[in-house]
Design a protein around this ligand. Structure first.
Ligand code: ATP
Length: 233
């Protein structure tokens, strides 16, 4: 579904992504794990057309998207739920969700809003509340709901569990599994490697911009280096 081959991304002189190759098959949950600054967010931004690689290739469903503007990438079926949620604090929950469907022209937007309220009942109770007054966990649910409102085939999640209490972390990971079961393919960036590997089919380990290890999530979770560096064992 998504194929990234030998991309390099620079911020000025900083070589943030180094010859990275990875892919996501339809229906999978794939995770990218790595320490702070490894380049996980940079890969997601490159997929969304927010950053560009002068080398390699980036294709989605067989089509080159490396030069597409972000809006057209969303239109093709990819959505990003960014790190830190980035919801619109002064708009209501309902308006934030509606903005996720901004580029849609079909008639099913209000039907999908109802679906989001079923998936996230906490948001249903708070639909007219200003988003900035939601708790951290509720804001994460809203950011995910907003991402889903564009009806993505592939959902990119950047650190969805960051800053959440353990009970909410469990809930968010369950929700990611539910979303995947509904047919949405997931590329999940996480520092919580244990939880990410527990729900993913496959994973990539990123160190200083390089893919240093890849494999089935169950194998990565058993790997000595992964255990020492990312699972605290
Ligand atoms: P974290 O988990 O801390 O968010 P990450 O793995 O997502 O880390 P990135 O945010 O992709 O890492 O950053 C990769 C590298 O690129 C880091 O060294 C970072 O300092 C650098 N970087 C990121 N954004 C910029 C920017 N706008 N300008 C310059 N350097 C940047």
């Amino acid at each position: 579904m998504l194929e990234i081959k030998e991309i390099n991304v620079y911020y000025g002189h900083i070589h943030a992504i180094v010859d990275a190759t990875l892919h996501v098959n339809q229906g999978e949950v794939v995770t990218i794990i790595g320490a702070n600054g490894a380049g996980k967010t940079t890969i997601q931004k490159t997929i969304m057309g927010l950053l560009h690689s002068p080398t390699g290739s980036l294709t989605f469903e067989g089509e080159d998207i490396s030069k597409c503007p972000t809006a057209s990438i969303v239109g093709k079926g990819i959505a990003l739920v960014p790190e830190g949620r980035r919801i619109f604090p002064r708009l209501s929950v309902a308006d934030n969700l509606a903005l996720g469907a901004y580029s849609r022209k079909d008639k099913f937007v209000s039907q999908d809003m109802d679906k989001m309220y079923q998936l996230f009942p906490r948001l249903a109770e708070r639909r007219s509340q200003l988003a900035g007054t939601l708790s951290g966990g509720e804001q994460q649910m809203l950011a995910m709901g907003r991402g889903l409102m564009s009806r993505p085939k592939l959902l990119l999640l950047d650190e969805p569990s960051m800053g959440l209490a353990p009970v909410l972390v469990s809930q968010i990971f369950h929700t990611i599994t539910d979303i995947n079961r509904e047919g949405v393919t997931i590329l999940l960036v996480e520092q919580n490697a244990r939880r990410a590997l527990a729900i993913a089919n496959r994973g990539y380990v990123l160190e200083a911009g390089k893919v240093v290890l890849e494999g089935l999530a169950s194998d990565l979770a058993k790997n000595d280096d992964v255990q020492k560096a990312y699972l605290g064992e």
